[in-house]
Design a protein around this ligand. Structure first.
Ligand code: FES
Ligand code: FES
Length: 152
């Protein structure tokens, strides 16, 4: 059974017809073509599908799309500032915090959520906040360094 939902994605109002078993991950990638939202495990383990829902980092494979009626979603595209990269993006580049880039949208979104709540987090706090997002390439140190540098 499908339902029409209205939500805001990256500051733009969208109306989407979604089936009752469609996850937010499937809606974003397959229906709306936000390919930056990455699938990995499809069961909440890898964190690669993370998006912001009403400002909070949430794994989109664990949420049914129909629950998003009247909510606000941000994907990594929504972090750009008038089409330009921000200090956080720049910091990831400068610190070498990405290699293949598959995990990068999730880390950028989780970092953004953390820095909005806590503009000057400790290293421990950054590590805690990135728990649950897997990176197979960088070893994590560069990612944590980039987030700390962006917070200075
Ligand atoms: S695909 Fe969602 S947590 Fe892995
Ligand atoms: S940069 Fe490749 S998985 Fe993180």
């Amino acid at each position: 059974m499908t339902q029409r939902i209205e939500l805001v994605i990256n500051d733009r109002c969208r109306t989407v017809e979604v089936a009752s078993n469609t996850t937010l991950l499937e809606m974003l990638r397959d229906q709306l073509k936000f390919k930056s939202v990455k699938p990995g495990c499809w069961r909440g383990d890898c964190g690669l599908c993370l998006v912001l829902i009403d400002g909070r980092p949430i794994k989109s494979c664990l949420v049914l799309a129909q629950e998003l009626d009247d909510r606000e979603v941000v994907t990594v595209e929504g972090l750009l500032d008038n089409g330009n990269i921000t200090r956080l993006h720049q910091s990831f580049i400068e610190k070498g915090a990405l290699q293949c880039g598959y995990c990068t949208p999730a880390f950028l979104l989780a970092s953004e959520a953390l820095l909005r709540r806590n503009p000057h987090p400790t290293r421990e706090r950054v590590c805690e906040s990135m728990n649950g997002i897997l990176c197979r390439c960088t070893g994590y140190k560069q990612i944590v360094d980039a987030i700390l540098a962006a917070s200075e």
